[in-house]
Ligand binder design. Structure first.
Ligand SMILES: [Mn+2]
Length: 354
């Protein structure tokens, strides 16, 4: 990864926006600009308009930061926020861009003399939403691993198993293939629970003939994947088949609509129309997709009202769903790359109901 080039690009955008410095806090932003994974620790990255970034860590993370952070100076601090605040003053203050800081941190930092904080997430997303070739390779690898996780669930699927047991199978398969963590806790939602788009997984045992929504993703060197399949263990009912086929058709239409330059809202509406025509429109209660990279959910967002335009190098999901309270739900999802000559599915696994 060329971290220096990313920092230079940000500095150029900072100059255009009148920012004297940028303070980054989110785990993914720190990884994007330095390669350092802070996990749950507190750490801050200061990127001045000119010169090298400074990473502020406590002694707990100091040695690891020296070993694993690239292109920045590492400062060991008793209180990272205080040191950062002092350095901002020394830089001369002015407008300072910040990402997603906790409100208590924001308030403290805002009290720094001569500093005026400016929430500037969008500047970073302009860079992160367009993937470099190297990033596409890592996401593709995460996608391959996710497919192995789905395969493991598909193989294990039978009535009587608990949702959490199936999630365990997915997790084990993915980590054995080099996923350092799940990109989010695997969802295995069965029966009436499949009608919850974010159903998590419970101790509930699968029953014959029920819908099961399996939504999972891997993380490969920080880069995420995301995919969903919906199965029935046993014979599906006509209504289940109808909902599943409508969802597949919506997926196909959504995918077809995706191309460089199109407004994301149009893509969402293309898929939504299919479900509306088949009487499932009111059961599609979320957007069609989202960008994915170091974060599982990131811009561009593919929702009905989104004005974002798809551009070359976006990696996004396409995931229509139908959620019928009391009956069950269906969702089908792949991670796809938007490239110059169309779209490419990066998660390749059969779309089959049973
Ligand atoms: Mn998703």
């Amino acid at each position: 990864m060329n971290y220096g080039r990313r920092v230079e690009r940000l500095q150029r955008l900072m100059g255009d926006g009148g920012l004297r410095a940028f303070v980054l806090y989110t785990r993914e932003n720190l990884m994007y600009f330095t390669g350092f994974d802070r996990y749950e620790s507190t750490a801050y990255l200061l990127i001045p308009l000119d010169g090298d970034p400074i990473l502020y860590v406590t002694r707990l993370d100091y040695q690891r930061a020296l070993d694993e952070a690239f292109g920045c100076r590492v400062k060991r601090c008793r209180r990272p926020l205080n040191t950062l605040s002092r350095d901002l003053t020394a830089l001369g203050g002015g407008s300072v861009g910040v990402d997603d800081l906790p409100s208590s941190t924001y308030t403290k930092l805002q009290a720094t003399r001569r500093v005026n904080l400016k929430p500037s997430d969008r500047v970073v997303w302009r860079l992160r939403s367009v993937k470099e070739d190297e990033e596409v390779k890592l996401i593709s690898e995460a996608c391959k691993i996710a497919c192995a996780g789905m395969e493991a669930v598909w193989e294990a699927l039978r009535p009587g198993l608990r949702e959490c047991e199936l999630a365990g199978e997915a997790c084990r398969a993915m980590m054995r293939m080099g996923s350092e963590e799940q990109s989010f806790p695997t969802i295995v939602a069965s029966g009436p629970r499949s009608a919850y788009p974010h159903g998590g997984c419970t101790r509930r045992r699968l029953r014959k003939g029920e819908l099961v929504v399996v939504d999972l993703g891997a993380s490969y060197m920080g880069y995420k994947s995301d995919m969903t399949r919906t199965f029935v263990a046993g014979r599906p009912s006509d209504r289940q088949v109808e909902a599943w086929r409508a969802t597949l058709e919506a997926y196909t239409r959504g995918l077809k609509a995706m191309r460089v330059g199109i407004r994301a809202g149009e893509v969402d509406r293309a898929a939504r129309r299919v479900l509306e025509e088949r009487g499932f429109g009111r059961f599609f209660i979320h957007g069609l997709g989202h960008g994915i990279g170091l974060s599982v959910h990131e811009p561009p967002y593919i929702t009905k009202a989104s004005g974002d335009r798809l551009s070359r190098g976006n990696v996004v999901t396409c995931e229509p769903g139908v959620y019928i309270p009391g009956f069950g739900g269906v969702r089908l999802e792949n991670t796809v790359l938007v490239s110059r000559d169309g779209v490419e599915e990066l998660t390749r696994f059969p779309m089959e109901l049973c």
